[in-house]
Design a protein around this ligand. Structure first.
Ligand code: PLP
Length: 458
């Protein structure tokens, strides 16, 4: 008999899960104005709100917590982090930050100014937020195939080169501080970018003298997809692929809460000494001294180790297969998802699952509310709420896709949790088909409104 696939780890420490009744959950979600961010975590059974900072650390990482050097300047844990980043990614300079958006704040303070344009593949929400906050514009150049959830394409995170070139022609390279490649592309479904596409973008960028930056929260998952989906890379190691992905890239920044396998942390890594010096000024204002940038010594030590574990093939293989397992179960139950399944999450197509709820009534958020009430499964809306209103015209923006994301924390849940989640979604399928009205906004912020929005049932 062929032995079944099992995770390459076992459990040493456990954390309790609390169960509430459906009625209690229905009351709770009303109390918090239908905002899933406002739920207390012990009201949630399986928490798939995010894969960010929610993973389990290894015994080696916990030992780094004990070894953490908490010196204000020049901590050994900092040098461990620098060595890891240099070894795995090949960058000379590393600026730690407390998480990804802090890296964006520091980096964009140095390079993005009013009137600038940053083309890329479906910028992450905080990335777009930090660009728009500076009165610059993020222009999405993702291939059109990404926006049809039923279409099979191995690299839906790819950049459309014609679109990119037309943006460069329209705005001129003086207004484009960098081209941004996000790996994997979270916003369109944790979809990978192919090595071929990365190289083509690099060539186009070089032709126009524009640097390429990468937002690399899930770079290891992207490398796994290159290895398993791009024929030329089947025999290359994840390490080799990562090096090649970053070849010629000027700057990367990372939310280490994803593929760094830590609960908090981030950094900017780059080759340019003078830009690194300028970043240091902003690090000191916003984060802390340049050798810790908002991280504790122990957190830097855990990250130095987490980066190494995050590129191990067996770990990645197990992780991606767990996500694929849930994806297949959902498909078997007839739940419409972004296909093929991406790296860290399942994306349920709310337009197809709730065909009678208008997009202006936030169908993906409604789907999240229904999943919570049914099984205590918490996802997150990636749709009209997340898109925010247009910062210039103040008008509602309707993105092409209206999704509920179920993100899988790393090394936390078992296969039986995945079965539970799939059953929850299957149970609400018929109800969702029959729903014809959704939610309306009672209160909202101007930027990144989804975190604090208050909603009411129509
Ligand atoms: C999470 C994430 C960020 C922001 O990082 P935080 O650690 O949440 O501040 C930026 N870009 C991408 C692609 C991300 O996934």
């Amino acid at each position: 008999m062929r032995l079944p696939h099992i995770p390459p780890y076992k459990t040493k420490v456990v954390e309790p899960v609390y169960f509430k009744t459906k009625e209690e959950r229905a009351n709770k979600i009303t109390e918090v104005n239908y905002n899933l961010f406002n739920l207390h975590s012990d009201w949630v059974v399986v928490d798939l709100m995010t894969d960010s900072g929610t993973g389990a650390m290894s015994e080696q990482q916990w030992s780094e917590i004990i070894l953490g050097d908490e010196s204000y300047a020049g901590s050994e844990s900092y040098f461990k982090l620098i060595r890891s980043v240099k070894d795995i990614m090949g960058f000379e300079y590393v600026a730690p930050t407390h998480q990804g958006r802090a890296a964006e704040n520091i980096l964009f303070s140095a390079v993005v100014k009013e009137g600038d344009v940053v083309p890329g593949n479906a910028h992450f929400d905080t990335t777009k937020g930090h660009i728009e906050f500076r009165k610059a514009k993020a222009i999405d150049c993702t291939i059109k195939e990404a926006f049809d959830t039923s279409l099979d394409h191995p690299f839906k995170g790819n950049i459309d080169l014609d679109k990119l070139e037309s943006v460069i022609k329209e705005y001129g390279r003086e207004r484009i501080p960098f081209i941004n490649i996000t790996v994997t592309c979270n916003t369109v479904g944790g979809q990978p970018v192919s090595m071929q596409n990365i190289k083509e973008v690099m060539t186009l960028a070089r032709k126009h003298y524009i640097p390429v930056y990468m937002d690399i929260a899930r770079y290891a998952e992207n490398a796994y997809f290159i290895k398993t989906r791009e024929t030329a890379y089947a025999d290359k190691s994840i390490r080799e692929i990562v090096k090649e992905m970053f070849d010629g890239v000027s700057v990367v920044w990372m939310s280490a809460k994803k593929d760094g396998l830590v609960n908090i942390g981030g950094f900017i890594a780059l080759h340019d000494a003078s830009l690194y010096e300028r970043l240091g000024q902003f690090t000191i204002i916003y984060e802390g001294f340049i050798t810790y940038g908002g991280m504790s010594g122990r957190a830097m030590g855990a990250l130095a180790e987490g980066l190494k574990e995050g590129i191990e093939f067996d770990y990645l293989d197990d992780r991606i297969k767990q996500v694929a397992y849930l994806g297949q179960k959902l498909k078997d139950y007839g739940i419409p998802i972004q296909d093929p399944v991406g790296g860290h999450a399942l994306y349920i197509d709310a337009k197809r699952m709730l065909p009678n709820v208008p997009q202006s009534q936030f169908p993906a958020q409604l789907l999240g509310v229904e999943a919570y009430i049914e099984g205590g499964v918490r996802g997150v809306e990636i749709g009209t709420l997340l898109a925010d209103k247009d910062p210039v015209t103040g008008e509602e923006r309707f993105p092409e896709m209206e999704l509920l994301r179920l993100a899988i924390p790393r090394r936390v849940y078992s296969r039986s949790h995945m079965d539970y989640v799939a059953a929850t979604m299957a149970n609400i399928k018929d109800k969702c088909k029959s729903l014809s009205s959704g939610l309306s906004i009672v209160k909202q912020a101007d930027i990144l409104r989804h975190f604090t929005v208050e909603l009411a049932m129509i």
